[in-house]
Design a protein around this ligand. Structure first.
Ligand SMILES: [Fe+2]
Ligand SMILES: [Fe+2]
Length: 492
């Protein structure tokens, strides 16, 4: 494991150093002061954001939290760590440095200069892409609102809050684009981003996985592993966009996102380590009575979060995705590293589908299957964490292993929707599914048993019994550091 993946530091940034102006009410590196109209519009949105944060942000009252704040977008030292009251966090607008020579790298505009303004013909599509991405950011904060009450440690509590404030900043990132480039319609969409709420029956968030409840910390870790990773891949495609401000915004968001996935990878890993320890200690897989989460329940949580995150990629075949690509709005993951023509008019690929109760393969035009292309990259990345978790089981001398379920398992979007596919990839009938689904997805009883273990541990350096401590603290601080000062008297 590299230093970065242990500490949650960002991947090495590129481009020259650009300081963020913190003398402004809205910290930014986009010279907001030079555009008074935009500045006033965003200053009008800011109090609404803060109201939303107070109402639907973290519920646990705190004095201050040891948080990372971006101070520059360039090479080293892009972030500063300090204890800050969370509602005084300096949310702001940070775009990666502009490359004046940047070109469109794919589609029919390939080779033309990147766009600094929104072309009229692509305005509606670009706004939709930004709104959908923007909607996920505050949604996850809402989903994770009550988790602070059951944090397994102060260290974990701090990580939760770090993720939350940065998702809040990602909302700012998208709202900036809406305000700066989409006029009155953009400002209206920015209002709506605060009005839709996760799980709200009348005004839910746009995408399914962002209306699911985050019931407990195991689900939070699975969410940050699988669903934040979906975010990473979506941002990766937008980072290639011909619309340069969108590309630069997403590039910087990706830096922050790395820590979220670190929280997921190590959170599940520490859960698995403790599970292995308890299994060996007590000579049984049924460790709920001994205060741990059984491996088969961890697998069921994994199956659930993986499958709902797979749905976020949309249908395997999508005309929209092909059009977005050809128009230059959305590229592929690592577009510029791909060794092909970046136009794809003649390219094809294989796609699996269900027919007559069998999973079959056919060849389809590549341009029609770009959602699948991205999803395949995502699945390969997901497998890395599973390997790491299995290494922990192997190190503990256990034979059991975790695995990713089949891509068709528990799907509600795309070609597998309407079919019942087991985690092993067998198409089964409805009766078989109903009889066995409790082996594959968490049952209400499983969730209850997990919830019963979620007792808060707020003493510095101590950890709840179901999870192992991390190897190192955050930003070179010790594990027992006072990462969070709670508001309540008597609680540290
Ligand atoms: Fe985000
Ligand atoms: Fe995230």
């Amino acid at each position: 494991m590299s230093i970065d993946s242990r500490t949650g530091a960002a991947p090495t940034p590129t481009g020259p150093l650009s300081r963020v102006d913190y003398s402004e009410r809205i910290p930014n590196n986009v010279d907001l002061a030079g555009d008074r109209r935009l500045q006033r519009a965003l200053e009008g949105w800011q109090p609404k954001f803060l109201d939303w944060w107070k109402q639907l942000g973290p519920a646990l009252p705190t004095k201050d939290v040891y948080l990372r704040t971006a101070i520059a977008v360039g090479r080293d030292g892009w972030a500063h760590f300090d204890h800050v009251p969370m509602d005084e966090y300096r949310w702001g607008i940070f775009l990666a440095e502009r490359d004046p020579d940047r070109k469109v790298n794919f589609g029919k505009h390939k080779g033309e200069p990147a766009w600094q303004e929104v072309p009229g013909e692509h305005r509606a599509d670009l706004m939709r892409l930004i709104v959908v991405q923007g909607d996920t950011e505050p949604a996850s904060v809402e989903q994770q609102r009550i988790l602070g009450r059951t944090a397994p440690s102060i260290y974990d509590l701090r990580n939760l809050f770090q993720v939350n404030v940065e998702e809040g900043r990602h909302l700012w990132a998208m709202v900036y684009l809406l305000h700066a480039y989409f006029g009155r319609e953009g400002r209206e969409e920015a209002e709506q981003l605060l009005k839709r709420n996760s799980g709200d029956l009348d005004a839910p968030r746009i995408l399914g996985a962002f209306n699911e409840e985050t019931t407990d910390w195991l689900q939070f870790f699975m969410f940050t592993y699988f669903t934040d990773r979906d975010g990473k891949y979506q941002l990766g495609t937008l980072k290639e966009s011909a619309f340069d401000p969108l590309a630069r915004t997403c590039e910087f968001m990706l830096k922050e996102e790395a820590h979220h996935m670190f929280v997921g990878t190590t959170g599940v890993q520490r859960t698995v380590e403790r599970t292995a320890e308890l299994m060996k200690m007590h000579g049984t897989a049924d460790i709920f009575p001994h205060g741990g989460i059984p491996l088969d329940v961890i697998q069921k949580y994994l199956n659930f979060q993986f499958s709902v995150s797979m749905d976020l990629f949309g249908s395997e075949q999508s005309t929209n995705a092909g059009n977005y690509y050809t128009s230059g709005l959305k590229g592929r993951w690592m577009e510029t590293r791909r060794k092909d023509d970046h136009v794809l008019l003649d390219a094809t690929r294989d796609m699996r589908y269900v027919e007559d109760g069998q999973i079959r393969t056919k060849t389809v035009p590549m341009l029609s299957a770009l959602n699948l292309d991205l999803r395949d990259e995502y699945v390969a990345d997901c497998a890395n964490g599973v390997r790491r978790w299995n290494q922990a089981l192997e190190d503990a001398g256990l034979d059991e292993r975790l695995y990713l379920p089949h891509e068709g398992f528990n799907r509600k979007v795309g070609g597998y929707a309407g079919h019942r596919v087991t985690p092993q990839g067998e198409v089964v009938d409805e009766a078989t599914w109903q009889a066995r689904v409790g082996e594959w997805l968490p049952t209400p009883q499983d969730r209850e048993n997990v919830a019963a273990l979620m007792v808060p541990e707020y003493e510095y350096g101590k950890f709840a019994g179901w999870i192992a401590p991390p190897q190192t603290g955050i930003n070179d601080q010790p594990v027992e550091f006072d990462y969070v000062h709670l508001a309540e008297e008597g609680l540290v």
